[in-house]
Design a protein around this ligand. Structure first.
Ligand code: 1HN
Length: 344
């Protein structure tokens, strides 16, 4: 039969072009160009109470100084060894023990932190300390000097979110160590909030198109915004009440590569199934609930981290009134004209 003969002939042909580092597009075309996103990522969940003892054990194994950053990476089970929680994003849990500092450095990667446990430790961004409370959202934009310290008597734990896989994809990573352990104090705590956090900006400054000039979004303020808005009871079918943290200089995402969100789910509220092309990392700040992601059910509590991969149908239910923080590469996809959502 012609078909059979031609299959063998084709295979032989593939063998002849292989040494030339060539391959037939027609054998993979439909895997490359799928009618809808087909992600290798899987839904996954890290329960804080299961992860925390290991993080504390890491605290006995290595100092923050020696480690550079004492972090346990949260790897998507389908992307082991790639330091990726989604194809484009990295997440990890970082521990800074009482009395420790983590050395000052800067890199091309953009970073966010969401404080999970502890209060009063600091991140210093370009020499200005930001003291952190539970639920606070901190950014260190690309190429900002940053070091951390904990002068309190309790450990501090936060979720790190970075665009490590994206920067690796672009082969665009640079890293520099600051010549001293900590950045010399350039500005007093609160200076950044005064300059950029009061819906004002010093005259003469122009929006710069990069990351938000605000580097700390205090939970007390964002929680109060949700509390005020909930009074209208205008619930969104798919999101309940969901707000994006913005760059006040241009209204865009907080960083070019990472968008971040805060969401209130009232007790008993179940969102309608929703999908979008931005694989999203969630952490629970308050409450208790569950999420159905494709065929996977995840029961979550404060400090837990879970992932909704690209184009998985997902819905969430607050068993108690709950607040979820999330981040994704949505802003990048929007800039590239790729982002899509589907409300079901
Ligand atoms: C980094 O600089 C921090 O500054 C945390 O705390 C995690 C993961 C990859 C690359 C740089 C930090 C990081 C990181």
């Amino acid at each position: 039969m012609a078909g059979k003969r031609s299959a063998a002939e084709r295979k032989a042909f593939y063998g002849r072009i292989d040494p030339l580092h060539m391959a037939p597009l027609w054998e993979t075309f439909h895997e490359l160009v799928t009618p809808e996103p087909v992600t290798p990522c899987v839904p996954s969940h890290w329960a804080y109470e299961r992860v925390r003892p290991h993080l504390m054990e890491a605290g006995r194994l290595i100092s923050a100084k020696e480690a550079e950053r004492r972090v346990l990476i949260l790897e998507n089970p389908a992307l082991r060894g790639q330091a990726s929680i989604t194809l484009s994003l990295y997440a990890g849990l970082q521990l800074v023990l009482p009395g420790e500092t983590a050395p000052c450095h800067r890199h091309s990667q953009s970073a966010l932190r969401l404080i999970i446990e502890g209060s009063g430790a600091y991140t210093s961004v370009n020499g200005e300390p930001a003291y952190m409370e539970k639920g606070d959202f901190i950014i260190t934009g690309a190429w900002s000097w940053h070091d951390h310290g904990n002068d309190t008597s309790e450990p501090v734990v936060w979720l790190d979110g970075l665009d490590v896989p994206l920067v690796r994809f672009f082969d665009a990573s640079f890293f520099e160590r600051f010549p001293e352990e900590s950045h010399p104090r350039q500005r007093p705590a609160g200076d950044n909030a005064a300059r950029y956090g009061a819906n004002m900006m010093p005259v003469g400054e122009r929006p710069h198109g990069g990351h938000s000039p605000v580097f700390r979004y205090p939970y007390a303020r964002s929680r109060e915004a949700l509390e005020q808005m909930r009074r209208l009871e205008e619930w969104d079918t798919h999101h309940a009440l969901k707000m994006e943290f913005i760059n006040p200089a241009d209204g865009g995402p907080v960083m070019p590569t990472i968008s971040a969100f805060l969401q209130l789910l009232p007790q008993g509220f179940a969102t309608a199934p929703y999908r979008s092309t931005d694989g999203t990392v969630y952490t629970v700040i308050e409450g208790r609930g569950e999420s159905i992601i494709g065929d996977t059910t995840i029961a979550w509590r404060p400090g837990d981290v879970f992932v909704v991969p690209s184009w998985y149908s997902a819905w969430h239910r607050g068993l108690e009134e709950s607040v979820l923080f999330s981040f994704s590469d949505r802003g990048v996809q929007e800039k590239l004209g790729l982002w899509k959502e589907r409300k079901e």
